[in-house]
Design a protein around this ligand. Sequence first.
Ligand SMILES: NC(=O)c1ccc[n+]([C@@H]2O[C@H](COP(=O)([O-])OP(=O)(O)OC[C@H]3O[C@@H](n4cnc5c(N)ncnc54)[C@H](O)[C@@H]3O)[C@@H](O)[C@H]2O)c1
Length: 366
Amino acid sequence: MGMVGGGPGAMIGDIHRLTAQATGKAKLVCGAFSSDHQKSQQKGKELGLDASRAYGSVEEMIEGELSLPEKERMDFLAITTPNHLHVAAAKLALQSGFHVMCDKPLSINYQEAIDLKQIVDSSNYQFGMTYTYRGYAGVLKIKELIESGKIGDIRKIKVDYTQGWLNELIENDGQKQAKWRTDPKFSGLGGTIADIGTHAFNMAEYLVGAKVAELVADVSILVEGRRIDDDANVLLRYENGVKATLSVGQACAGEQNSFNVKVYGSKGGLHWTNESPKVIAFKSQDSLEEIKIDEFDVDLTEAARLLPDGHDISFLKGFVTLYDRFLDSIQSNSKANMPDIEDGVRGMLFIEKAIESSKNNTYVKL
Ligand SMILES: NC(=O)c1ccc[n+]([C@@H]2O[C@H](COP(=O)([O-])OP(=O)(O)OC[C@H]3O[C@@H](n4cnc5c(N)ncnc54)[C@H](O)[C@@H]3O)[C@@H](O)[C@H]2O)c1
């Protein structure tokens, strides 16, 4: 495993490393952890890497790895930088013969995403995406229950994902994660609609198993002085007639990290929240059933110390599951059952169309 991003003080890079390693199938061997070579070296040293493999840029890293005998090189690149760097790093890695695991959102706009898709589609390398919620045992169980016919034909789905950490203008105080997320140069076209809206949209299409055909959105800035959206409420119409509501916000005071999913079918509904991830409620008109979820055991003690507010061990296990599937797909040279480039492209289309709809006050087609 090689990594770009994940330098000192970063949020998600260490979680990628520790959860990939928790599969027992990968080990970090190199990284371009920061745009500052010294900081990258510092991180490499902390992790016990050979100094020659803590690089100052992703370009340097690819060049350095290619100069090593094939057996010693990294096999795949994990992309954990701010959004504006995802596509360039992914292109370079794929074109140089490395598999890629990329964090979401895929890119900063839709055009970049479809350009990258062409490269992924014509390459022989695996491309996975860490839409983490897709790895939760509870979410995989909901999908299984839907496919087994538990709720009958799906009619409606509600997804809402709210956080409160951007309730004030903390980007002006230099808060690292807020600073780039609220700057279109680094975050891309969308703010909250990209950062957590893409998780919610991905969940909505995954669970229904169909594509959204059109949407109408109200994408707003709730905190005065912010440069990019921090809230969005969206109505979705699927190509198969299913209806949905999607609501996301990062300026929702009091929320840590609350992702709620309700799917309604002709025979009943399934409810799940990441705040109690090991239980799904199945409700019909005259019954309530609690479905308990078994999660696998794995030692994540070190990673657990790095969890952001409102995230628990199931979040880490979501990562472990996605990495496990991704690493198996590399071994078997076959497509993994996990989010891929298509999920990334749909996410970027969602962002662009939601913003367009909100500006024009009208439904738009996807
Ligand atoms: N899947 C999830 O649940 C999840 C959770 C958090 C973040 N993310 C995504 O992960 C990515 C990173 O988010 P974060 O919160 O960890 O950001 P962060 O700001 O905490 O960390 C980003 C890291 O990238 C490094 N970096 C910046 N420019 C670089 C360059 N040119 N070369 C090498 N490294 C560089 C920074 O130094 C920093 O170490 C984002 O795309 C974000 O959307 C996903």
